[in-house]
Design a protein around this ligand. Structure first.
Ligand code: FES
Length: 196
């Protein structure tokens, strides 16, 4: 079992819900923690924004979904995780997210998101496209590990904002897709705040 899998198996199951904004039937589906949400072919074709109910997401947990045919993770960061980010600035290669292609302008901040508590990422390694493991626990990879993402293919590491470590094969931070907070507190993936 992978480290992520082992870690996840210890957590209790999460019941979450995702739906298509403006939905055709807006089917809210109860999914177990780490279940993979598969949109209909119609949704995929349209690339419609996806609304994610984060109300039952606890600190450290994540929801997996698909938007425009690519995986997206929504992670609720703990207070400790948010506080740990500032200490990572000397460890990561682009602490200020200066590579503008990797996030919308409104996510070019220390936590790389609209809301510091919620990280929204495309979990595709920027080296050769493997899916990194989510390892939120400090010390779970090595003694210096403050939590983050580890790519098992060639060893790239990213912090809990998806910022790439110095000296690893991946050249840039993980990508942050467009997202906004809906008035009901849900997250909408695939829309900028201006569209709200
Ligand atoms: S694909 Fe992730 S380090 Fe190479």
């Amino acid at each position: 079992m992978s480290q992520e899998g082992a870690s996840n198996s210890r957590r209790r199951f999460l019941t979450g819900a995702v739906g298509v904004v403006g939905g055709v039937g807006a089917a809210y589906v109860a999914v177990p923690f780490l279940a993979y949400w598969k949109p209909s072919a119609r949704t995929k074709a349209a690339g419609a924004p996806v609304e994610v109910d984060t109300s039952t997401l606890e600190p450290g947990q994540k929801i997996n979904l698909t938007w425009r045919g690519q995986p997206v993770w929504v992670i609720r960061r703990s207070e400790a995780a948010i506080e740990s980010l500032a200490a990572m600035d000397d460890t990561v290669s682009d602490p200020l997210s200066n590579v503008s292609s990797q996030q919308p302008a409104y996510a070019q901040n220390p936590h790389r998101s609209i809301d510091p508590e919620y990280l929204v990422l495309v979990p595709i390694c920027t080296h050769l496209g493997c899916i990194p493991s989510y390892m939120p626990q400090a010390g779970s990879l090595d003694a210096d590990w403050q939590g983050g993402f580890f790519c098992p293919c060639h060893g790239s590491k990213f912090d809990l904002a998806g910022r790439v470590y110095r000296g690893v094969p991946a050249p840039t931070n993980l990508q942050v897709p467009p997202h906004r907070m809906a008035s009901n507190g849900s997250l909408v993936i695939g829309e900028d705040p201006e569209a709200a």
